[in-house]
Design a protein around this ligand. Structure first.
Ligand code: GLY
Length: 352
């Protein structure tokens, strides 16, 4: 696949998501074009990635590399303070640029540090995981977790560009690829792709489709006033499962895997509410199976704890909110009856 530039149309904050093999080598020219006054760059990456042979990025500027912990351990407020303190010691100015190099935790953390340091400096994301390429790094959502839930502290801060180097996907484990597929299958369902369409597409085409879909949604509704909430399809239950995991529940589930479970549940909840027929549920199950994803709830989770965690989800606006399929396509449905959701969770394998 040749290099594809997918625009996110946001007026003066517009940018491209650049997708293709080897596109990390475009970093210096992106910085030169988009941040011509920058004198310094700070690359923020995880300890595991920074030692990789491909991780040495050419920014075209005097560059310092800062490392952060791997995975969700990076997404804490103390890391934001640490990074901003380092930026300040390095005397980074408003003209300078942060480069995040990593998966979704790194792009979320570095993006948030860039959003708040000096009230906002430029950031370019070099997304190395499939989840980051098709979702986390695109669209300007940045943030960290609090003890009470995921992504509860953050900011919208659009990058200057996102580089999705497909070559880097070859460095990922099969499980990391599965993780990203949860977000891709979500986009396949939301865009109404048939199983035949999915089967006919190459992996690169599916990735590009998912990124293009997200870019168009973000361009239409940057701040999640309405349309962008559709991207939360499958996420109400996914975030609840992840919140239980953060809270110490003995689980080993990744974001995309949790989204897959959330998609299967959302289809069943829609059926329970008379919004979707059995064939619609089967479409969800078939799509998940195509990508080798399990739509089953991990064993032993308390239905009531999941329900409580859903009520705390920041996207729930203080009531139970799901994106659900229906006659008019997908839409956000609020104020769901907790008893109905609880009973469907029990049908879905939650412990009563
Ligand atoms: N991950 C959902 C969004 O960016 O809106």
């Amino acid at each position: 696949m040749s290099v594809v530039r997918i625009p996110v149309e946001l007026g003066e904050r517009s940018y491209d998501v650049i997708v293709g093999r080897g596109v990390r080598s475009e970093l210096a020219s992106v910085i030169r074009d988009r941040a011509p006054k920058a004198l310094r760059a700070v690359v923020v990456s995880s300890e595991a990635l920074v030692s990789m042979p491909w991780a040495e990025l050419e920014t075209g500027l005097s560059t310092t590399v800062l490392t952060v912990p791997d995975g969700e351990a990076a997404k804490v407020a103390t890391q934001v303070e640490r990074l901003c303190t380092e930026f300040s010691r390095l005397e980074l100015s408003r003209h300078d640029v942060i480069v995040s190099l990593g998966g979704g935790s790194v792009t979320d953390l570095a993006g948030f540090a860039a959003a708040v340091y000096l009230r906002g400096i430029a950031v370019v994301h070099v997304a190395t995981s499939l989840v980051a390429q098709v979702d986390a790094a695109v669209g300007g959502k940045t943030g960290v977790n609090l003890a009470t839930g995921k992504n509860l502290m953050g900011a919208f801060h659009q990058p200057l560009a996102v580089l999705c180097d497909l070559e880097l996907l070859e460095t990922l484990s099969p499980r990391e690829i599965q993780d990203g597929r949860g977000e891709i299958v979500k986009c396949c369902l939301l865009t109404g792709m048939s199983l035949g369409d999915i089967d006919a597409a190459t992996s690169d085409q599916l990735i590009t489709m998912a990124i293009s879909y997200k870019c168009s949604i973000v361009g239409a509704d940057e701040r999640e006033g309405g349309l962008r909430a559709l991207l939360n399809y499958g996420h109400t239950l996914a975030h609840a499962i992840e919140a239980l995991q953060l809270d110490g529940e003995d689980l080993d589930i990744r974001h995309g895997e949790a989204v897959a479970v959330g998609l299967a549940f959302a289809a069943r909840l829609a059926r329970r509410l008379g919004r979707l027929d059995n064939a619609g549920v089967q479409r969800h199950d078939d799509a998940l199976a195509f990508f080798g994803l399990s739509g089953s709830l991990p064993a032993g989770l308390s239905a009531i704890r999941l329900l409580e965690a859903m009520g705390r989800d920041k996207k729930a606006h203080h009531n139970l909110t799901f994106v659900l399929a229906g006659e008019n396509g997908y839409e956000t449905v609020s104020d769901l009856n907790p008893e109905v959701v609880l009973s469907e969770l029990v049908n879905f394998g939650g412990v009563a």
